[in-house]
Design a protein around this ligand. Structure first.
Ligand SMILES: [Zn+2]
Ligand SMILES: [Zn+2]
Length: 278
């Protein structure tokens, strides 16, 4: 029997080649995620390529979202940031196929890949190989990387410049190593944050929230939310793009992130009223 690189259908994580599928998926059995009612199931990249395609959407000049249709696993999008110094891929999705590689190469390729946290590690080694690009993951999440190979560069500290005008910023909270990407030139130079699940854009497209677990609704303590708000307060940005299609704050995002954090803390400490973020 040949060794196969199995992919968890619930979270999209690809495992090192094995003859039998893994017994469990560490991402899914973690208390922040869940094993589906039907149990843990597995696929491969070859099977995924037969039934799924990637869709592309330009979100603003220089920013292209990529997500799989029909939706697969968690259903997040990857975001390709295009700059004169090169492109950065923010977060990752399981499906990578010939069309995706051809389109992304035509858009200038990928100089670096950075991933917000383990829920979006998916097939990071495949993406790294296809574009000959290093993958940047915060040291705090080292233990969650299923396929190291030589692709992953662990970074430490508060911030790391990936390319001129593009930094990853460590926030923690959802995971110890949770990070965001700060694109200084986005939003016509007013600045953009790509936040993954670290700062989650919510349904009203005006506010964000901060959770230890989103599917299992485990909150972060107010002190952690306050700390994350302090980390992002010096950053210059006007827009936030979340992990999913249509989850973005298109204007005045810096104020709205701070006010969302204040509202969260008020409710979490029993002082909540009918606070709205305009
Ligand atoms: Zn999983
Ligand atoms: Zn997550």
């Amino acid at each position: 029997m040949n060794a196969i690189e199995y992919i968890c259908t619930a979270c999209g994580l690809q495992f090192p080649a094995s003859e039998q599928h893994p017994a469990t998926c560490p991402i899914c059995v973690d208390y922040r995620q869940f094993v589906p009612l039907a149990g843990q199931q597995w696929t491969t990249l070859a099977k995924l390529r037969r039934g799924h395609r990637n869709a592309f959407q330009q979100l603003e000049p220089g920013l292209i979202g990529i997500a799989t249709t029909p939706e697969f696993a968690i259903g997040q999008r990857a975001l390709l940031v295009r700059t004169p110094a090169g492109n950065v891929l923010w977060d990752c999705i399981s499906l990578i196929d010939d069309a995706t590689v051809a389109i992304v190469k035509a858009l200038g390729g990928v100089r670096a890949i950075a991933i917000s946290h383990p829920h979006y590690y998916t097939t990071l080694v495949e993406w790294s190989r296809a574009f000959d690009a290093p993958v940047f993951i915060h040291e705090g999440d080292r233990r969650w990387v299923a396929r190291f190979e030589d692709a992953v560069t662990f970074w430490d500290g508060a911030k790391r410049e990936l390319l001129p005008g593009i930094d990853v910023v460590h926030c923690g909270g959802h995971f110890a190593g949770s990070a965001i990407l700060h694109w200084h030139g986005g939003a016509d130079g007013r600045g953009v944050l790509l936040t993954g699940d670290t700062i989650q854009v919510v349904a009203d497209n005006r506010c964000v929230t901060f959770m230890r677990s989103y599917p299992n609704l485990i909150p972060l303590p107010p002190c952690e939310v306050s700390r994350i708000a302090t980390v992002v307060s010096p950053l210059r940005f006007d827009r936030v793009y979340g992990a999913f299609w249509n989850r973005e704050i298109t204007a005045d995002a810096r104020r709205r992130v701070q006010e969302s954090a204040e509202r969260y803390i008020e409710w979490a400490t029993g002082r909540g009223g009918d606070v709205s973020v305009s």
